[in-house]
Design a protein around this ligand. Structure first.
Ligand code: NDP
Length: 392
């Protein structure tokens, strides 16, 4: 039904390419383009249907526009890095192509992600008659859809949302990040922030934590309050929301390494003079750490990511839990990736599929919770991320 162009051939790009290639009825043609073509070729060699590859620097807007005009895909699935978002949106507008990503724009020189830069594209996408969908990963993405689904089917009003992200897996490495180390460490070392009574409350990085008992045998784990991008769009699009928080599990080992790296300055993102050159310590650290894609065969265990929601239905208080559990080894058997890349790449493919089939339509820039959650929830069950819900 549609030709798509996937940009980015990292851990997530590999999953998106595999999952799109499993649905030739929807994704009739796939172009996989990234900065390093060899990575695209290595992924393509393993796919069940032929996929063409291309070299592209997505920050070079004229060249990317020319590629998109030549290839004429219906949609770009952007799974490069957040730094490329605005450049890829510019090229999509210039070439008349729809757009979807999994992470919101972040300026390279400031560790601060916000939707304002991408929301500012709404009018231009609307005028061009094109659709841009932001944040179709797991969190943001599935978690945003979980909230929209809860509001549609289980609540008259939602008061509180706690998004809880647990990786109970183990890769056996002394220290590694499950997705791009630079993006991951920038996110984790930032100040915490949550939505309360119409305003943002800031906390010191990872200062607030508690023990949470996860379902299905995962058991108690320490969860840490962080700022995460879907809080910004949920605060805007879920009416009556009084509190929204995001929590993530970290092992003591991960936190100890991170503390030492921070103390010695290795997580700095400003350039530092070194032997006649300038280097950014965090970028150098990324070069030393294991490539997240290499963790696939090593990672054992499960992830559990979901939303714990409170509100009212028919004048009575209600609690609702909805989550997915995903096993690292099963992901690797299917697409040669660990569950963090899998739980991001599958929702990107599902969102793209709904745009290609026309089940999701619109002109402008949309966050996931603005769109009909039902077909997305259906496809999570069909394509590898089944969910469980409990009304309490
Ligand atoms: P990786 O670092 O593994 O992959 C990024 C890919 O983008 C690499 O292939 C890289 O090329 C390519 N790339 C970088 N810069 C450019 C450029 N200028 N032009 C073209 N290609 C470029 O990252 P991940 O796969 O782990 O993450 C991908 C995205 O998914 C990130 O934005 C991340 O924030 C997001 N994410 C979202 C999650 C969610 O749940 N919503 C969870 C996890 C990740 P090269 O190979 O040459 O370096």
């Amino acid at each position: 039904m549609a030709k798509v162009c996937i940009i980015g051939a990292g851990g997530v790009g590999q999953v998106v390419a595999h999952k799109c290639a499993q649905r030739p009825d929807v994704f009739t043609e796939i172009l996989l383009a990234s900065r390093t073509k060899a990575k695209c070729d290595a992924i393509a060699a393993d796919l069940p249907q032929p996929v063409r590859t291309a070299q592209i620097d997505a920050d070079d807007v004229p060249t990317l526009t020319a590629l998109l005009k030549r290839e004429q895909p219906q949609l770009v699935i952007n799974v490069a890095l957040p730094y490329q978002d605005l450049h890829i949106m510019d090229a999509c507008l210039a070439a008349g192509v729809d757009y979807l990503d999994t992470a919101n724009y972040e300026p390279p020189d400031t560790a601060r992600f916000e939707y304002k830069w991408q929301w500012a594209y709404h009018d231009r996408f609307q005028k061009a008659g094109r659709m841009a969908v932001l944040g179709s990963g797991f969190d943001p993405g599935v978690t945003s859809v979980f909230c929209a689904y809860a509001l549609k089917h289980h609540f008259d009003v939602i008061h509180e949302i706690d998004i809880i992200d647990c990786n109970a897996g183990d890769h056996g490495q002394p220290f590694a990040t499950n997705f791009n180390p630079e993006i991951n460490i920038r996110e984790v070392t930032a100040k915490g922030r949550y939505w309360q009574d119409g305003q943002w409350v800031e906390t010191e990085p990872l200062a607030e934590h508690r023990t949470f008992d996860f379902p299905e045998g995962i058991g108690p784990r320490e969860i840490y309050l962080m700022y995460h991008e879907e809080l910004e769009s949920l605060a805007r699009f879920i009416p009556g929301l009084q509190r929204a928080r995001f929590w993530m599990t970290f092992s003591e080992n991960y936190l100890k390494h991170l503390e030492v790296l921070q103390n010695v300055g290795m997580t700095r993102i400003d350039p530092v003079p070194f032997q006649g050159h300038e280097i950014v310590p965090l970028q150098f650290l990324k070069a030393l750490l294991p490539d997240p894609a290499s963790l696939g065969p090593l990672t054992r265990g499960r992830t559990c990511i979901g939303c714990w929601i409170q509100g009212e239905k028919d004048g009575r208080p209600r609690k609702y839990h909805v989550y997915n559990i995903c096993e690292h080894e099963a992901c690797y058997r299917e697409v040669k990736s660990q569950a963090i890349s899998y739980t991001t790449g599958v929702p990107a493919m599902i969102g793209a599929g709904l745009m290609c089939t026309g089940e999701w339509q619109g002109h402008g820039v949309f966050n996931m919770e603005q769109l009909d959650p039902d077909p997305f929830m259906r496809d999570l069950n069909r394509f590898g991320l089944p969910w469980v819900e409990h009304v309490v």
